[in-house]
Write a protein that binds this ligand. Sequence first.
Ligand SMILES: CC(C)(COP(=O)(O)OP(=O)(O)OC[C@H]1O[C@@H](n2cnc3c(N)ncnc32)[C@H](O)[C@@H]1OP(=O)(O)O)[C@@H](O)C(=O)NCCC(=O)NCCS
Length: 151
Amino acid sequence: MAVELHEITEDNVGDVFDLKVAPGQEEFVSTNPWSLAQAYAERDIAWPRAIVADGEVVGFLMLEIDPEEENGRPYWLWRLMLDAAHQRQGHGGAALALALEHLRSLGAEELFTSWVPGEGSPEGFYLRLGFVPTGELDDDEIVARLDLSPT
Ligand SMILES: CC(C)(COP(=O)(O)OP(=O)(O)OC[C@H]1O[C@@H](n2cnc3c(N)ncnc32)[C@H](O)[C@@H]1OP(=O)(O)O)[C@@H](O)C(=O)NCCC(=O)NCCS
């Protein structure tokens, strides 16, 4: 199934707005209405994208790209979610792979993210993709790093 990342436009913003994770997953990711508001408020450094599979909007991904980031880490995966009906079909992994292509084209050598631990957490997803916990906590979230340097 072909997965693509599309810019947020007037044609797809309503579809992104309506996507929802499964019951019980709400604690792991902000709602898309909130994320879209954040993307607007921080538009200089946010890279929000609709995840599209075979022409259908199935998820949302947002990077932070900020060379001026005070913490010295310019590239963060701020948000990743797949609608409940479209999870565990490889779309999350495929969407992240496309985001990594973009980051590499910018010369990024590492990507950071963080997740809420516990039952139902996306931890297994991120560990499988190669993220390594740094040992830091950010508001009780586990901070992790993915090495993007050429092997
Ligand atoms: C986490 C999430 C983005 C993964 O996307 P996805 O499209 O469902 O994942 P994929 O199908 O690409 O998964 C690839 C592999 O990652 C692992 N995986 C996926 N979701 C997982 C989860 N919730 N917990 C543990 N492992 C998971 C599995 O090993 C999976 O392979 P398998 O289905 O063959 O076992 C999606 O489940 C989601 O939106 N969850 C709710 C929101 C969330 O937690 N977002 C992350 C915020 S930090």
